[in-house]
Design a protein around this ligand. Structure first.
Ligand SMILES: NC(=O)c1ccc[n+]([C@@H]2O[C@H](COP(=O)([O-])OP(=O)(O)OC[C@H]3O[C@@H](n4cnc5c(N)ncnc54)[C@H](OP(=O)(O)O)[C@@H]3O)[C@@H](O)[C@H]2O)c1
Length: 259
């Protein structure tokens, strides 16, 4: 028996592929032989560089600019990808807005509205279109949402990450329950402190070495920060045939932070 992961045929569509975690997800799926189409929002240079890198390694890759907070844009993204690249077999939501860390009482209404509109509504449009696309396949599809390990911990000043991701987690569980009969599986991956994208920016710009060390040693049982690849590997496994009986779950990839 082979121990390699294997996959149903079809494209993976990654929302937020230009991000720190999203780009590792694109690389990892491409290395597993899965054709990748990813979205970016503002960082076209990063999108182009990532796409070139994947193609240079022999992978199949393309990208599109999409504002996920526009339902029409998301519907048309799925239509275009299906027409141009064939069946979408995996859809990974790895997007999320930037925001300031703040106590709940100090969050301006407009910041809250913007985060909910981009993250909760954006994920909803993406998930709805993914389910529609999977239903046109003969054998369903796999949905993954990158959420946060913080959904279990009520983090101080991080509610603008945790609350939208908690809503997304419930949406994913709803899809697992309602759409399992179409062969659709839906799972979440919950990053802890990851040295990529937003996490890297926070670790490097907002914390000094002493504080980083303190966090590592006192809050993370494995005593190290994670890599984007750790999240990508979990997402890849959940999309593989080897995970065919797993649905509606949230896998924390956080070195034990959540415990
Ligand atoms: N990194 C961590 O340690 C960590 C930990 C826990 C949870 N998370 C969560 O995991 C997700 C990915 O994190 P990350 O670190 O990879 O973040 P990131 O590097 O900031 O990437 C965010 C992605 O979302 C896209 N995006 C933002 N607003 C958008 C919009 N309106 N429409 C379409 N796309 C939009 C960005 O596109 P452009 O860059 O092209 O604008 C980018 O591709 C985030 O939701 C984050 O909260 C991350």
């Amino acid at each position: 028996m082979s121990h390699e992961l294997n996959f149903e045929t079809g494209v993976v569509l990654v929302a937020g592929g230009s991000g720190g975690i999203g780009s590792d997800i694109c690389r990892t799926f491409a290395r597993a032989g899965i054709p990748v189409v990813f979205t970016y929002y503002s960082n076209e240079t990063k999108a182009q560089t990532l796409c070139d890198e994947i193609r240079n390694e022999g992978g199949a890759c393309d990208y599109r600019r999409v504002d996920l907070s526009s339902p029409q844009a998301v519907t048309s993204l799925f239509q275009q990808v299906r027409e141009q690249f064939g069946p979408i077999r995996h859809a990974v939501y790895a997007s999320g807005p930037h925001f300031d860390f703040n106590f709940i009482g100090q969050i301006p209404n407009q910041d809250w509205q913007q985060v909910v509109n981009t993250d909760v509504n954006g994920a909803f449009y993406f998930i709805q279109s993914a389910v529609d696309a999977f239903k046109t396949n003969t054998d369903g599809g796999n949905l993954i949402a990158v959420i946060t390990a913080a959904v279990e911990r009520v983090p101080v000043k991080d509610i603008m990450s945790a609350a939208p991701k908690a809503a997304i987690e419930m949406l994913v569980r709803g899809v697992a329950k309602e759409s399992g009969r179409f062969g659709i599986r839906a799972n979440c991956v919950g990053p802890g402190w990851i040295n990529a994208g937003l996490g890297k920016q926070g670790l490097e710009e907002k914390l000094d070495e002493k504080t980083r060390d303190h966090i590592r040693k006192t809050t993370i049982p494995l005593q190290s920060f994670g890599e984007g690849e750790d999240i990508a590997n979990a997402a890849l496994f959940l999309c593989s045939r080897q995970a065919k009986y797993i649905t509606g779950q949230s896998l924390a990839v956080d070195g034990g932070l959540q415990l």
